[in-house]
Design a binder for this molecule. Structure first.
Ligand code: SF4
Length: 245
């Protein structure tokens, strides 16, 4: 109980005001629920380099990303940011694109948004050594503007290859661009969260991007609900979390 309280305090969610009762259970991650979700798989757009990328192992994939010039972002980036974490992780976290700090350090989710992501993962008993973290775009859009459709299409084979190599049990999609890249369509997080989705048979939990949560702390309660759902799906997949311990 004290450990839960400390983590909820870190997330700015204490006192909980009946927090657990508010968690939606429309699809609690049962085996039947996961099978249903798998049937709803949606494609990521294919792009120019997919045939080549599909054969790469992890080192070759990272090298290809770092050398990529398939879209105009190669001209404005400081460096490409392939991803970070365990290459045997069962949880894949997908964000939008590198920001200024990520572009400088070559690692996704650093700075304040990265710190909040770390706290979110800790809330369900994970840290960066137990997950893999990647973005839809591997290079920073100038002035942190939204990704353009042609950039998302050009970069899609890299995320697809990361998913194929990792074979995660669950994907956490953070923000609208991550959700759209994995699920297709043009839905927003507010409409997509709360339901278990799937990408090519892999369950997908959609939630708010940590950068958005920093600007909109009133949404942290919903983010906590999403983390509880993620914990349920991970537990159903046989992954130990603090919520299932
Ligand atoms: S964003 Fe993706 S497609 Fe564009 S240059 Fe970077 S790695 Fe290549």
């Amino acid at each position: 109980m004290k450990r839960d309280e400390a983590r909820l305090r870190e997330l700015g969610l204490w006192p909980p005001h009946g927090l657990r009762a508010a968690v939606p259970l429309r699809d609690p991650g049962t085996a039947a629920g996961l099978a249903t979700a798998a049937l709803a798989a949606a494609p990521v757009a294919s792009a120019i380099a997919s045939a080549t990328v599909d054969t790469l192992d992890w080192p070759a994939l990272d090298a290809a990303i770092r050398a990529c010039s398939a879209c105009g972002l190669c001209r404005t980036r400081r460096q490409a940011v392939p991803g970070t974490g365990s290459r045997t992780a069962r949880l894949l976290v997908v964000g939008e694109a590198p920001g200024a700090e990520e572009d400088q350090r070559g690692e996704p989710f650093v700075g304040r948004a990265g710190g909040l992501l770390d706290q979110m993962l800790l809330a369900i008993g994970f840290d960066r050594t137990r997950v893999y973290i990647a973005n839809v775009l591997k290079c920073r859009p100038p002035e942190n503007r939204n990704p353009a459709p042609d950039e998302v299409d050009a970069c899609a084979p890299f995320l697809q290859r990361q998913i194929a190599l990792l074979q995660p049990a669950v994907i956490l999609a953070l923000g609208s661009f991550a959700a759209r890249a994995l699920l297709g369509g043009d839905g927003r997080v507010g409409a997509l969260r709360g339901t278990l989705h799937a990408h090519r048979g892999v369950p997908v939990v959609v939630s708010y991007h940590p950068a958005y949560l920093l600007r909109s702390p009133q949404e942290k309660l919903r983010a906590w609900e999403d983390l509880c759902r993620l914990g349920d799906v991970l537990a159903a997949a046989g992954q130990r979390t603090d919520r299932s311990a």
